[in-house]
Write a protein that binds this ligand. Structure first.
Ligand code: MLT
Length: 261
């Protein structure tokens, strides 16, 4: 279904508790396939393509993190979700950190995979600016290949050659304006670090042992500031832990929900 130009999927019984999944960059909602397959038995599972990525409309391509958060709220409102178990990966986590600051009452819990609450450093901003220049120079494919190679763990790439190639090909098919728009939104986002101690819901932080984008040490450092948290390190996974190790991550999420909600 479409909500305000966003491509949205729902699965499971809508009377069950809602779980909403927000994907990372440069992915679309298909990255949650194995989670949705697993959790839709007992939960009402919602996922959507972030504006400009996957099958969502690109529009102007001039995005902000606030606009991405507005989109998240539109999906929640349209589907009449009162309180959600929200699951986000990396850029999806940036959206959820900010969405929680704006409307905490909407959340039963935050399940945050391979993400961080801080805004971009100068180095990260310059890297994104270089990415935009590369895409403008017609080198989107190169940009995607380098990025994808660096985010996945070696184990996943070795054992899932075809799956990895398909994911890379999918990202290369996305709109260049949409991809640049995500980069701009991430570059301009605010920091949620100062509000971490105001998070009242239980938080699960999942991180791949070999995540080089949001390393375990960084997750453990900001986790200190969150009152009710569980940190789970996924062995041998990179930055895409739920996609790389779905069985383990699904079990971690199930246990967390069972013990905390
Ligand atoms: C992601 O996986 O969403 C990206 O690594 C986020 C980022 O580039 O900061």
């Amino acid at each position: 279904m479409k909500i305000k130009g966003l491509d949205v999927s729902v699965s499971g019984n809508e009377k069950n508790d809602a779980m909403i999944f927000v994907h990372g960059f440069i992915f679309d909602k298909s990255m949650w396939e194995k989670q949705i397959e697993h959790f839709s038995e007992n939960y009402y599972c919602i996922s959507y393509d972030i504006r400009g990525l996957g099958k969502s409309e690109t529009g102007s391509g001039q995005y902000t993190m606030e606009g991405f958060v507005d989109d998240f709220f539109e999906v929640v409102k349209e589907l009449k979700i009162k309180k959600a178990i929200a699951v986000g990966l990396s850029m999806g986590g940036y959206i959820l950190f900010r969405a929680y600051e704006r409307q905490p009452a909407l959340f039963r819990t935050l399940i945050l995979c391979d993400t961080r609450p801080s805004a971009d450093s100068n180095e990260a901003k310059l890297k994104r600016a270089a990415g935009i220049s590369l895409i403008d120079a017609g080198k989107l494919d190169d940009y995607v290949s380098v990025l994808m190679n660096s985010v996945f763990g070696e184990k996943y790439k070795e054992k899932n050659k075809k799956g990895f190639e398909d994911i890379v090909a999918l990202a290369k098919s996305f709109s260049p304006e949409g991809i640049k728009g995500s980069l701009l939104a991430m570059m301009g986002r605010t920091s949620s670090v100062e509000n971490l101690d105001k998070i009242e819901v239980p938080v699960l932080l999942v991180v791949g042992e070999n995540d080089t984008v949001t390393p375990v040490s960084e997750i453990e450092a900001f986790a200190e500031k969150i009152k009710r948290k569980t940190v789970s390190v996924i062995p041998a996974a990179g930055h895409l832990s739920p996609l790389e190790e779905p069985v383990i991550v699904n079990r971690v999420i199930s246990n967390f929900i069972h013990n905390n909600l």
